[in-house]
Design a protein around this ligand. Structure first.
Ligand code: UD1
Length: 345
């Protein structure tokens, strides 16, 4: 990009969330201006300060629902070169208790946002999807041609439905809309500065935030959900990737869309390596020198045994692959946990 040309503005919905905030930093580092939209239903205003500390710029944060066209009107005061859509509810368990909210916010919200983007002539959209669309895929590594199986939860269904919706919007836009669908495996970690990270409200349901809070003494020992799975150590296997690597993939996807106007494609984002729950515990202990208090427990309903990505398409087409390993991700997650506590305590 030329030195003095204005930085293209990129709309980031869910911009105060875990992945959105790290992507805002990556966008800035690649010469874009991230414009954050977040109604703060599951995030905090203070995230903006964290992003500002890292980037050294003032960040635009609009605290509105991106699906509310009227509230969004002022956000479009200047044109956007692209949009990255993260805003969604993301708890598998919650979605089974409150499916109507998930259908309305995730699917309805995406439909309402896409209508605005098309009306405003925004030409590139990057969408935050999940490996959950594959269900219990056999065998791993899973590439993008693996079938998407009937979703095990309303949350999973909303990701599948949104992918379908993006394909239909893309077709309706007749070459004027480019779409990159990104299927994440398990994002963990935090920015190494510890200015931003994951901020789950209440008791975390995901492994790494629960683990760090447990080591910090804020929660009872970690329960390993099942040690009788048909895996080498009996615990479930996932593909854990650093959130900063994931953030960089969004920039790579945007740049790919810029180079291929009107394209549409889907990419798996993971390390390509599976780690068991016990591997994560041991890697954390090695990275930090601390012990993880834990006990074996029953399987968690709905968990799949093992899944990891074949990320070779993202490498080939986007020039992206992960650069940070599991220990680095866990060390960064721990630094972030300590930083939140020093603020709160
Ligand atoms: C799930 C979803 C994923 C979604 C993510 C976001 C599926 C298959 N995956 O990931 O799409 O984006 O939630 O919330 O639906 N574990 C423990 N003890 C704990 C917590 C977790 O042993 O206290 C284990 C789980 O059994 C699992 C692994 O840790 O094997 C990872 O769990 P978690 O972090 O919740 O992510 P997923 O369930 O893989």
């Amino acid at each position: 990009m030329a030195q003095n040309s204005p930085r293209p503005r990129i709309l980031v919905t869910g911009g105060a969330g875990f992945i959105g905030s790290h992507t805002a930093v990556a966008l800035h580092e690649s010469g874009y201006t991230p414009v954050l939209v977040d109604d703060l239903r599951n995030s905090r205003e203070s995230v903006r300060t964290g992003v500002e500390k890292i980037t050294g710029i003032e960040v635009e944060l609009w605290t509105v629902d991106c699906g509310n066209a009227e509230a969004m009107a002022p956000v479009f005061h200047a044109p956007f070169a692209g949009a990255i859509h993260f805003a969604a509810d993301k708890s598998v368990g919650d979605s089974t208790r409150d499916p109507e909210r998930y259908f309305d916010n995730n699917i309805g919200g995406t439909a309402r946002l896409l209508a605005q983007l098309r009306a405003q002539g925004v030409s590139n959209v990057v969408f935050s999807s999940s490996c959950t669309v594959y269900g219990e895929a056999e065998p791993s590594p899973v590439d993008e041609t693996a079938p998407t199986l009937p979703a095990a939860s309303p949350y999973g269904y909303t990701k599948q439905a949104c992918e379908r919706l993006l394909h239909d919007s893309h077709a309706a836009a007749e070459g004027n809309l480019g779409v990159a669908v990104l299927r994440y495996f398990n994002p963990i970690g935090a920015h190494p500065s510890a200015h931003i990270g994951e901020l789950p409200l209440g008791t975390p349901t995901n492994l790494v935030p629960y683990l760090t809070q447990s080591v910090a003494g804020l929660r009872p020992p970690l329960t390993v959900f099942g040690d009788d799975y048909p895996t080498p150590d009996g615990t479930c296997i996932r593909d854990y990737l650093h959130v900063c690597d994931l953030a960089e993939a969004h920039v790579a996807a945007l740049q790919w869309l810029e180079a291929h106007p009107g394209a549409i494609d889907t990419f798996n984002l993971g390390t390509g390596q599976g780690s068991s729950v016990l591997d994560v515990i041991h890697a954390f202990e090695e990275a930090t020198g601390l012990r993880v208090p834990h006990k074996m427990g029953a399987r968690r309903p709905g968990d799949i045994t093992a899944i990891h990505a074949d990320p070779s398409k993202a490498k080939r087409m986007l020039g992206w692959s992960t650069r940070r390993d599991l220990k680095t991700s866990l060390a960064d997650a721990w630094r972030w946990q300590q930083q939140i506590q020093s603020k709160e305590g």
